[in-house]
Design a protein around this ligand. Sequence first.
Ligand code: HAM
Length: 429
Amino acid sequence: MTKKEKTSLPIQRPKGMHDILPQAQPLWDKVRKSAREIAEYYNFVRMETPILEKKELFLETVGEVTDIIEKQMFVVTTKSKEQLVLRPELTASLARAYVENGLQSLGFPFKVWSDGPLFRYERPQAGRYREFHQIDFEIISNEPDPVYDAELILAAVRFLEICKLKNIKIFVNSIGCKNCRPQYRKQLQTYYRSKKSELCPDCLRRLETNPLRLLDCKEEKCISLKARAPIILDYLCKPCKDHFKNVLEYLEELKLPYELDNYLVRGLDYYAKTVFEITVEGGTGAIIGGGRYDYLIELIGGKNLPAVGWAGGMERIIEAMNAQGVQLGNNKKPKIFFIYIGALAKKRSLVIIEDLRKNNIPIIESLGKESLKGQLRTADKLGSPFALIFGQKEAFEESIIVRDLDSGVQETVPLAKLADTLKKKLKNQ
Ligand code: HAM
């Protein structure tokens, strides 16, 4: 090794990306299991899509004048000069897979869920990373029934509750449809044009291309201008008004408290009618965001099928669980500890353990550790109820010592009877 190599830092992970270490795994498992439980209860099927997608999928759906597309895409150019993107979200991918694989033949509603890593080239900060993970639930149907919007919001809240999160708040709005939104757009432009000198450079640009984005700007001066901006509820057409009213009535029926947020527009262009975000105490911003996207399936070449969905950021959910001090409790029973002494016993060990695995007997071992004392110490630390001690003598006699680690009482058992003996002992525990 050269002097330079010795003194340089070890290679580090890319900026804004994280290792999920063993000690964090129980919380990640809890979140994934909670999502699976909700999916099974509410009958969502699972689907997985590639991490790389064609660039145009997101340009056309998420919208060219959004942060995700303008600033945050991780683009990969292949050897054949094709531009692929590390997916920044799951909705467009799931919709693409739905259309491409002809899944409309499965009937309606099509309820699907997925999870996995997403990539956005963000400025890393608390709750905002370049690689993050989402749990995503979607319903594609043949009519925009508000019952699906409500069912999804219900599933989102129940999911967070199973993750043991408290103080859940739902914020909802409607952003109208193709028919009524243009009029609101005009009103917004008129309002903001009169404030041009106070807008940030991004908003100034978006004022002409995508004025709804101005309501989503995080710059202080733009946030304060928002307070007097016109609200979309005043411009909704009758079908959108009725739809929104129905969604709210379902939420009331379900006794799910919500807050109307007249300026909630979300950062993606594909939404129409209902949009919502969910926060929890100790969480960074919205930990779940979603809404209705009635034109997306058609936009990517499918039939005119309305849809609605949400995604929750797993990192944000886990950070909120940590902030709220969520305790998972350990309901895993300690395993039986397998100890060997000597080379001959070590050689036979894996075969004996394999036989116990076939009998569903949980075993833990440290086959690399030589000393009996060291192995017993580990067994004690792990809280194992029994230790199996397999030495030279036992290897010759086809037997093994079963030691009760609480009482210290031990007996020698023929290997042929080991599985049955252990099953009985575990039953009597
Ligand atoms: P989104 O609001 O962009 O929506 O993301 C949903 C959630 O993902 C956020 O509420 C947040 O928890 C998490 N998230 C987003 N960006 C980051 C980041 N850079 N770092 C950490 N967490 C992040 C969507 O992605 C839509 N596809 C949701 C949807 C599904 N709409 C309909 N169906």
